[in-house]
Design a protein around this ligand. Structure first.
Ligand code: NAD
Length: 472
């Protein structure tokens, strides 16, 4: 079968089946883990600014309720279709399991190109979508909790929580109906950069593994590595930022209008401002424009980060990829055929379903904050600072030496919300990377890291079903 015959959901199923062979679970249980539990396909009318009525096509899929609530982003794209939303919802189930976030997988999509609508039209579409979800009991802090994804961000999440809260007066935990909200609307500090930071933490952990780097012929550590990023949206921007801040060189960035190359490194914020002013990433000072945006994927580099959309590396271009490591920041950027070609070439593909789990991990922290109605750090910050002041004074007294002002500031500092969120994310990504690598090392016939990640996910979801007593 040629790869065109697989839609995105079938690709996910294919990867699942490949991994299921390395687990000992009952066939029926594997079928249940794989199946999409609930699919809500909807159409609703929205009156546009020019008075025209447009029928909007939208979806919400709850892939698994083995844990509640379901969790997953909402995508605005004219590529949205039911299979895509199903695939993304399934990936969410596996992703949450791997990073030990106690949610089932869900995903939503509205088939629109957000660039073609005014802010007011987008607000009407988002609010109407939310009320459709409320009507069918497809949203709520204990039911299904959306988040941002491709084409959506804090603004859309603010519209969702406002619509939900107005339809559910008195619901004390209403803020937990959606995550990725602005901090002023119940969001958590550190959510915006979470997915990109998680991508960085995951790849850094891989780069710190001496045996893995030796196999790829690379030096350990992120410092000095050449990085190419596709997509300068939320995930791509922040991935580029953290790699640059930790000593890697981001030599190329691709956007849908083109791609640029700069040997000595691109500062993502400067590029972002350039794009804001000129409407394009092209003609960035000091950089050269590439002929096609997809050329960026084929550049010589150590780490390639696709952070745009699915299927961008496929049977046609996989053979030309020169990167040693591909960090799947986007969901599904590689087709199964690309996977096989890259595995043969010895490229290490760090898989989407755990690598981009930073967003859902911090979403989990946001949801917990909403349910507990208290900001992280509020209870312990002052106490920790007082305690540290006391301990340091004792040490200085006993040793007769004084630490520098910079060290004093660092030691005394009590945790702010963002410190705790970043630290929780770092712990999560390091643990997940090690768990997956352990599974892979323990069974050398597992062909790649994606399959090892699926094995990890299947075992965790399988165990969870067992705990529910469904499959004793
Ligand atoms: P986004 O809308 O903020 O950014 C995506 C960017 O990709 C846009 O700037 C877009 O112009 C660009 N793009 C589109 N087509 C392109 C092409 N052919 N070549 C180069 N660039 C192109 O979306 P995002 O939130 O950054 O999501 C990106 C990917 O990461 C998606 O696959 C999404 O599912 C995944 N993801 C996002 C999150 C999150 O927290 N936002 C979490 C997990 C996974």
């Amino acid at each position: 079968m040629s790869e065109q015959h697989y839609n995105f959901f079938e690709s996910v199923e294919k990867s699942f089946d490949k991994a299921a062979k390395f687990t000992g679970w009952d066939k029926g249980l594997l079928e249940q883990i794989k199946a999409c539990n609930s699919i809500y396909s909807m159409r609703f009318p929205v009156k546009m600014d020019d008075g025209r009525i447009e029928v909007i096509e939208a979806y919400r899929v709850q892939h698994s309720q083995h844990k509640s609530p379901c969790k997953g982003g909402i995508r605005f794209s004219d590529e949205v279709n039911q299979e895509e939303v199903m695939a993304l919802a399934a990936l969410m189930t596996y992703k949450c399991a791997i990073v030990n976030v106690p949610f089932g997988g869900g995903k939503g999509g509205i088939k629109i190109n957000p660039r073609k609508y005014s802010a007011y039209e987008l607000e009407k579409i988002t609010r109407r979508y939310t009320s459709e979800l409320v009507k069918k009991n497809f949203i709520g802090p204990g039911i299904d909790v959306p988040a941002p994804d491709y084409g959506t961000g804090e603004r859309e999440m603010a519209w969702i929580v406002d619509t939900y809260a107005s339809l559910k007066p008195g619901e004390i935990d209403a803020a937990g109906c959606v995550t990725g909200k602005p901090v002023s609307q119940g969001g958590v500090r550190g959510r915006k950069e979470a997915t990109g930071l998680g991508v960085f933490f995951g790849i850094r952990e891989v780069c710190n593994m001496e045996d893995v780097m030796a196999k790829l012929g690379l030096k350990t550590g992120v410092e000095g590595k050449k990085v190419v990023v596709q997509g300068l949206g939320n995930v791509g921007y922040h991935s580029a930022k953290f790699f640059r801040e930790h000593g890697a060189t981001v030599v190329a960035i691709a956007e849908y209008e083109g791609a640029i190359y700069k040997e000595d490194g691109i500062n993502e914020e400067e590029l972002f401002q350039h794009r804001k002013q000129t409407g394009s990433i092209l003609n960035f000072p000091g950089a050269k424009n590439l002929a096609k945006n997809t050329d960026a994927l084929e550049l010589a580099c150590d780490i390639l980060i696709p952070a745009a959309l699915e299927n961008v590396i496929n049977g046609e271009n996989a053979g030309k990829v020169q990167a040693k490591i591909i960090g799947e920041a986007a969901n599904g950027p590689l087709t199964p055929e690309a996977d096989e070609i890259l595995a043969k070439k010895g490229v290490l593909v760090v898989p989407d379903m755990y690598l981009n789990a930073g967003g859902v991990t911090v979403s989990y922290f946001e949801w917990l904050k909403n349910l507990s109605h208290v900001r992280y750090g509020r209870m312990e910050k002052r106490f920790t600072e007082n305690m540290n002041t006391h301990i340091l004074a004792q040490i200085e007294d006993l040793s007769g030496k004084k630490v520098t002002d910079a060290e004093r500031k660092f030691i005394l500092h009590g945790p702010e919300e963002v410190d705790l969120v970043h630290s929780g994310l770092e712990e999560t990504m390091i643990t997940a990377t090690r768990e997956i690598m352990e599974i892979w090392k323990a069974n050398p016939s597992i062909p790649d890291m994606r399959t090892a990640a699926y094995v990890c996910a299947i075992n965790k979801v399988g165990t969870s079903y067992g705990e529910l007593g469904i499959f004793p």
